[in-house]
Write a protein that binds this ligand. Structure first.
Ligand code: HEC
Length: 199
């Protein structure tokens, strides 16, 4: 009888700890810009309150002068920056928003060719997924959820298939990424984000 009781206690502790292990390893809840059922991504409503990770400026040659005509400004949650600085990788649920902006270049008191952003053109959004969610969605895979939005629709993505719409252009990032980076993080052009580099 005593043995049976002990076995019972042991089993219930085991079940309980296995249960909490499974619970403990559960993914973080998805960020608010992801539909929990379908995985549909939208542009986060509050991203302009987030810090910028970095900015890319696009110039073309016009009559021998550099003309900046577009900016790409990348935002992420403050917690993502903090996590990356500590652990050297993106956390599950990290959201990267790349804002595309038209720009103009003009001579100003600071220099002869100074660019400034004008109007919004669109958004690229990435959501880090360390759990392999939404396996049947063509917009989730390779460790991320991927979507593009035109400036006039922040809810419905214009993307159909990330393997066609996004991956080919992100392949060069793999070579540019730090060697110690996690394989899925190598899709990101981190060289443009000095804030993520270890001090
Ligand atoms: C024409 C090539 C091209 C395509 C197509 C493309 N990307 Fe990118 N993406 C880049 C480059 C290059 C950068 C960094 C430099 C820049 O923005 O000019 C970048 C940066 C980003 C960033 C900022 C984080 C990072 O990797 O540095 C996000 C977010 C992003 N892309 C998402 C997407 C998504 C989602 C898709 C598909 C819907 C996509 N991109 C398709 C080339 C591309």
């Amino acid at each position: 009888m005593k043995n049976t009781v002990n076995v019972c206690i042991f089993l219930s502790i085991l079940t309980c700890s296995l249960g909490s292990m499974a619970w403990g390893s559960k993914a973080k809840p998805l960020p608010a810009n992801v539909d929990k059922e379908t995985g549909a991504i939208s542009v986060p409503t509050d991203y302009t309150l987030w810090p910028t990770l970095g900015t890319w400026s696009h110039a073309k040659d016009e009559n021998g002068a550099a003309n900046i005509h577009e900016y790409h400004v990348v935002y992420t949650q403050p917690s993502t920056i903090e996590y990356y600085q500590k652990k050297g990788r993106f956390p599950d649920g990290a959201v990267l928003v790349k804002e595309l902006l038209h720009a103009e270049t003009m001579s100003m008191t600071t220099g002869p060719a100074v660019g400034h952003a004008t109007k919004l053109k669109g958004f690229f959004v990435l959501v880090r997924d360390t759990q392999g969610r939404f396996k049947s969605s063509p917009l989730w895979g390779d460790g991320w959820g991927w979507s593009f939005f035109s400036a006039d629709d922040r809810v419905k993505t214009a993307s159909k298939d990330y393997k066609v719409d996004c991956i080919p252009c992100h392949v060069p990032a793999k070579e540019l990424a730090p060697r110690h980076a996690k394989e899925d993080d190598k899709w990101i052009y981190t060289l443009g984000y000095p804030v993520l580099q270890k001090k």
